[in-house]
Design a binder for this molecule. Structure first.
Ligand SMILES: O=C(CO)[C@H](O)[C@H](O)COP(=O)(O)O
Length: 214
């Protein structure tokens, strides 16, 4: 998949994290109409296995499903397995070996899928240059759960990240009140987890965030 430009419509990705199998489906029943991509979170996959990715894809065939498997080694086999369970998109960490990331990209190309390189804690100019060189087109400007509240803005944390080079996903404690802070990165995809899943009215919250995205 190649990078996208400003002509594309910004997409909303719901992140299903720290939830039971049943809660994932209950949440999707409420919010699916308002989201483009369903992320099956790392912890959910650790608890229920990749079978839940298959079950969600079976239930929501018209949505893209991202398996947030955060690959850091054995890129070829890990990505082959995730795609075989119906994932449309997988994740690999930017600190992984260049070969690991390249193998993920190669498998995705064969499968018609997408690889998002997660920039968590590792996003310097050398990293971005390497990713561009090897043909990675999607990256996630991700502020991790344990980094949130640190004060640094998304723009300051991801200096040099260019939306004309990469299809940018933004993630990390995003909600309707702070969404604006991430817009300077010119994202193609906004990832929201707890900002929707912890709300009383999840459907309303997803609709509101979607409307704020323009
Ligand atoms: O790991 C993630 C993305 O890679 C999380 O799913 C993402 O940070 C969204 O969750 P939250 O909005 O609750 O921070």
């Amino acid at each position: 998949m190649k990078k996208t430009g400003k002509e594309d419509i910004m997409e909303l990705q719901i992140a299903l994290d720290r939830m039971s199998y049943e809660q994932c489906f209950e949440t999707l029943e409420e919010v699916a109409d308002h989201v483009d991509i369903i992320e099956v979170g790392t912890g959910v996959i650790k608890e229920y296995g990749l079978g839940i990715v298959r079950d969600i894809k079976d239930g929501y065939k018209d949505k893209k499903v991202l398996a947030d498997i955060k690959i850091c080694d054995a890129g070829r086999s890990e990505s082959e397995v995730a795609f075989s369970y119906g994932a449309d998109i997988i994740t690999v960490m930017s600190f992984a070996d260049r070969k690991t990331i390249m193998d993920c990209l190669e498998v995705a190309e064969q499968e018609g899928g997408e690889v998002v390189v997660d920039l968590l804690n590792h996003s310097g100019p050398d990293v971005l240059e390497m990713l561009e060189t090897i043909g990675a087109s999607s990256v996630s400007a991700h502020i991790g759960k344990d980094q949130q509240g640190g004060g640094a803005s998304a723009e300051k944390r991801f200096v040099g990240l260019d939306a004309s080079v990469f299809r940018i996903y933004v993630a990390g404690g995003i909600n309707e009140d702070n969404l604006e802070n991430y817009m300077s990165l010119d994202p193609a995809v906004v990832i929201v987890g707890s900002g929707i899943t912890k709300a009383e009215d999840k459907k309303g919250k997803a609709a509101r965030i979607r409307s704020l995205m323009g």
